[in-house]
Design a protein around this ligand. Structure first.
Ligand SMILES: [Zn+2]
Length: 289
């Protein structure tokens, strides 16, 4: 049996090992990170509450600006002429959006297709183990889809029947709250944010920018979220509109949708056209307006 001698060198080492183990155990305890608990805890942290005060007061006189999917401050594609395309998959969470499309993720693996996953705090709460597994998977980058999957606005606009945030403070919690939640669990701060439904106002996009976060929309809407849409329609939406550097929006939280079935047709076609697949963080993003 290994004996730990009571030497001056080994005591701090043992303490460090225990500390790491405790830290690791905490970062994997889902109860520590449920949205309500985590946000309450964050608001007690000075680094969060003071930043919120500072950012909100710096943005206080900013008008809401335009509201939509392609407003100023949102990037939609990769700045390139090369035949690359970025598949992005959202996981929205909530009552009707907390599923996990395991077959789709397995397909991406089988085909070695890197992808960007935009994940909400709500989805993490219901799929904590899957979230941990995905965050350790080098094929994917985990990005921010908002804490409670609320479209970010300072005036309470709605999109697709989902009520948006009501103020700068709420938009801050939605964006920065989930960035910190993902970082606390995975030890990596997300670089990108996609607002719930991809709708956002310009004031919220500017606030994200002040936080060092790039807001990402899309150039190609796959349409996988349209009720009962067939795989051939999703396939046409993507293949017919493909362009170098396009960011494609899809979902991996609805195994009953036809996203994976469509991808099985899209991927060989795009490969034949000379396209390869990339994640966002290796490239400069631009707005195509
Ligand atoms: Zn969503």
């Amino acid at each position: 049996m290994m004996k730990i001698r009571n030497s001056g060198l080994k005591k701090p080492l043992l303490f460090f090992v225990i500390l790491c183990a405790v830290n690791e155990a905490f970062s994997q305890d889902p109860d520590m990170y449920t949205n309500a608990t985590f946000l309450k805890r964050l608001n007690k942290e000075r680094s969060f509450s003071e930043l919120k005060k500072r950012i909100v007061s710096a943005s206080a006189k900013t008008p809401a600006g335009n509201w939509g999917e392609f407003v100023t401050g949102v990037d939609e594609s990769i700045n390139t002429k090369n035949r690359i395309v970025a598949f992005t998959f959202d996981a929205c969470g909530g009552k009707h959006g907390s599923g996990y499309d395991k077959e789709l993720i397995e397909y991406l693996h089988q085909e070695k297709i890197p992808a960007t996953l935009f994940i909400s705090g709500k989805w993490i709460d219901s799929q904590f183990t899957e979230f941990l597994n995905l965050s350790r998977d080098t094929l994917f980058e985990i990005e921010n889809h908002g804490l409670n999957h609320r479209p970010c606005t300072i005036t309470g606009q709605s999109a697709y029947g989902i009520k948006g945030t009501l103020s700068l403070e709420e938009a801050f919690d939605e964006i920065e709250g989930n960035a910190r939640k993902i970082e606390a669990i995975t030890k990596r701060r997300p670089l990108y944010f996609r607002s719930a439904t991809a709708f956002i106002d310009e004031a919220s996009a500017r606030m994200a920018m002040r936080l060092g976060i790039t807001t990402v929309g899309y150039q190609i809407l796959s349409g996988d979220a349209v009720p009962f849409v067939q795989e051939s329609v999703i396939e046409q939406n993507v293949v017919n509109k493909i362009k170098p550097g396009a960011i494609v929006i899809m979902h991996f939280n609805h195994p009953e949708w036809n996203t994976k079935e469509a991808l099985e047709k899209i991927v060989p076609k795009l490969r034949k056209m000379g396209y390869s697949f990339v994640r966002l963080h290796d490239f400069k993003l631009i707005s195509r307006k």
